[in-house]
Design a protein around this ligand. Structure first.
Ligand code: ADP
Ligand code: MG
Length: 593
């Protein structure tokens, strides 16, 4: 017999197992969702590899998941014909936590502290493979990788800090390829080993799995059999022995067990959008991306003609946990399929500009080759067209949130992703027209609630030509600047750009609806009340004071001028027409130090 090797779990796993076994009491049924999702991932991986290595499927071309229950002994067995695990993969995968969903769960758990909500959390996040221990006190995994000619058995028990691995040597137990997971249910959980219960759970949790899931079900068919007539009946008829025995037909139900297809395997994005409800889209989102909040918006579309693809896109309700890097996002937010085969979730950057990296979704193309690589994507004309359409759809979706009656939704969106759109103003000139209406700013007439550029334009004075702004580090400092005095007096609205990136974004836009953005802190501000006659007079009268001040200040200032822009303050420092604004200057400094 092959030797049995004993391994200790990584500390985090032990902690998680302890939690799962000893303190989570509700929502236990999620174990099935997690195990099915692993099986589906394993099948995805194999299908993907088999595109270039068809030999991998040899001998067992069916890609499916089968679940069998043994009610008497309280055992559930889940089998997949997926990629399987090598010895090393077993150790790496089922003894450590590599997986983002589980890490998210542990973090949320830490954040919540309120242990009462643990069981809720587990339902929201799932804890992957280890959730088997919600219902089982012993789990036996038997797996045969397509890369190895050996089959291995992993065995773990609840309340143990170690697990064992051994090679399978019993030919009776050999599987061709894939993984079988046997759950020995805890005494109180044996009810899960009921075929109908499993069927119900599969229907409930796995409507988006694109591989067939079969469950082992008892079936029956009725058949008619001929039986001899009851002799008592025959007597009544006065018949005697010489009469031929009367025959009668009777219906009986013949019972047998067989595999039954339990899920619908058509991916949701292939369905007719008219037949899919918002709830279904949201469910798909939550399951696919391991999210627990509903998305803010979704969009399901098909494009035909030159380039054919289907897609469902989503705007999440929050930024991912932890600090997100919008400059170099590593998001895995877009799942790329080619002809329904999952290819990768690593190509976000090829399908979306990085400032839209927060958009999540699936894209299924009929025109790309199955062995598509990053290099192919980067050079493909098809991808360029797809990218354009995807971006447009993303904008439509965001615009949809911005015009919805529920103002709060857009506030949420802006809180989370406003920065991304501003980055877009800098990086994506082509889409300025789509980006600008989505921007939001505080203003001198709206210090509490942000306004859109459309709202600004609507509120412009009849003879006002420009959109005024002042950049500052906060609303308070913006509204106290002396530059505002005259504009307040004339009731002109001024945008307060208080986010460091605002000013760069606005200078990139240059104008909105043919109205230029004008920085009120720059020299030569014209607010439409120039009186040249009077200016001339003033210059003559006070010109020598200006000269004297310039002499005293020397190189500290570029020039000293008489201004008509002040109301109560005696003087103000402005920046030159072509130079950095004071705010930019401050930003540049903070970046070079
Ligand atoms: P995740 O699925 O998020 O990676 P899990 O805890 O659910 O986390 O699974 C851990 C790892 O175990 C998987 O990433 C995979 O490598 C491996 N694994 C689990 N179940 C299977 C399976 N049925 N076939 C192949 N590998 C599996
Ligand atoms: Mg998993």
């Amino acid at each position: 017999d092959a030797p049995v090797e004993k391994y200790e779990y990584q500390a985090e796993v032990s902690r998680l197992m302890d939690l799962i076994v000893n303190s989570l009491y509700s929502n236990k049924e999620v174990f099935l969702r997690e195990l099915i999702s692993n099986a589906s991932d394993a099948l995805d991986k194999l299908r993907f590899l088999s595109v270039t290595e068809p030999d991998l499927l040899e001998g067992a071309s069916e890609l499916d998941i089968r679940i069998q229950t043994d009610q008497e002994n309280g055992i559930i067995t889940l089998m997949d014909s997926g990629i399987g695990m090598t010895h090393q993969e077993l150790v790496d995968s089922l003894g450590t936590i590599a997986h983002s969903g589980t890490a998210k769960f542990l973090k949320a758990l830490k954040d919540s502290k309120d242990s009462g909500s643990d069981s809720n959390l587990i339902g929201q996040f799932g804890v992957g493979f280890y959730s088997a221990f919600l219902v089982a006190d012993k789990v036996v995994v038997s797996t045969k990788s397509s890369k190895s000619d050996k089959q291995y058995v992993w065995e773990g028990e609840a309340n143990s800090s170690s697990y064992i691995i051994r090679e399978e040597t019993d030919p009776e137990k050999f599987i061709h390829r894939g993984t079988s997971i046997k759950l020995h249910l805890k005494c109180d959980e044996k009810g899960f080993a009921h075929p109908e219960r499993i069927e119900r759970l599969v229907k409930n949790y796995s409507q988006f799995v694109s591989f067939p899931i079969y469950t082992w079900q008892e079936k029956g068919y009725t058949k008619e059999v001929e039986v001899d007539e009851d002799p008592a009946e025959a007597k009544k008829d006065g018949a005697d022995d010489t009469v031929e025995k009367k025959k009668k037909t009777k219906k009986i139900v013949e019972k047998y067990w067989d595999w039954e297809l339990t899920n619908e395997t058509q991916p949701i994005w292939l369905r007719n959008p008219k037949e899919v409800t918002t709830e279904q889209y949201n469910e798909f989102y939550k399951k696919t991306f391991n999210e627990y909040l509903e998305p803010l918006a979704s969009s399901h579309f098909t494009t035909e003609g030159e380039v054919e693809f289907r897609s469902i896109l989503y705007v999440p309700a929050i930024t991912p946990m932890g600090k997100e890097d919008i400059v170099n996002p590593k998001t895995k937010n877009i799942r790329l399929y080619v002809k329904r085969v999952f290819i990768s979730d690593d190509f976000d950057g090829e399908l979306f500009p990085r400032y839209l990296s927060f958009v999540k979704g699936v894209v299924d193309s009929n025109d790309l080759p199955l062995n598509v690589s990053r290099e192919i994507l980067q050079e493909s004309r098809i991808v360029r067209i797809m990218r354009k359409r995807l971006v447009r759809k993303a904008f439509d979706m965001i615009l949809g949130i911005s015009v919805s009656e529920n103002r709060e939704d857009y506030e949420k969106f802006w809180d989370n992703f406003g920065k991304h759109l501003k980055l877009g103003c800098i990086e994506d000139r082509e889409n300025h027209k789509r980006l600008a209406p989505l921007l939001r700013f505080f203003s001198s007439q709206s210090e509490e609630e942000m306004i859109s550029l459309d709202e600004y334009v609507e509120n412009m004075k009849p003879d006002q030509k420009d959109i005024y702004y002042i950049a500052a580090d906060s609303v308070t400092s913006a509204k106290n600047t002396p530059f505002l005095e005259r504009l307040y007096e004339k009731d002109l609205e001024v945008l307060f750009l208080v986010d460091p990136i605002d000013e760069v974004a606005v200078t990139n836009l240059k104008s909105y609806k043919e109205k230029n953005f004008v920085d009120i802190s720059k020299e030569d501000l014209d607010i439409g009340d120039k009186n040249e006659e009077k200016e001339k007079e003033m210059k003559q009268e006070f010109g020598h004071i200006c000269d004297w001040m310039k002499k005293r200040l020397g190189d500290k200032v570029a020039s000293v001028q008489i201004s008509n822009r002040l109301k109560t303050s005696p003087c103000v420092l402005v920046s030159g027409k072509f130079g950095w604004s004071a705010n930019m200057e401050r930003l540049m400094k903070s970046q070079t130090v």
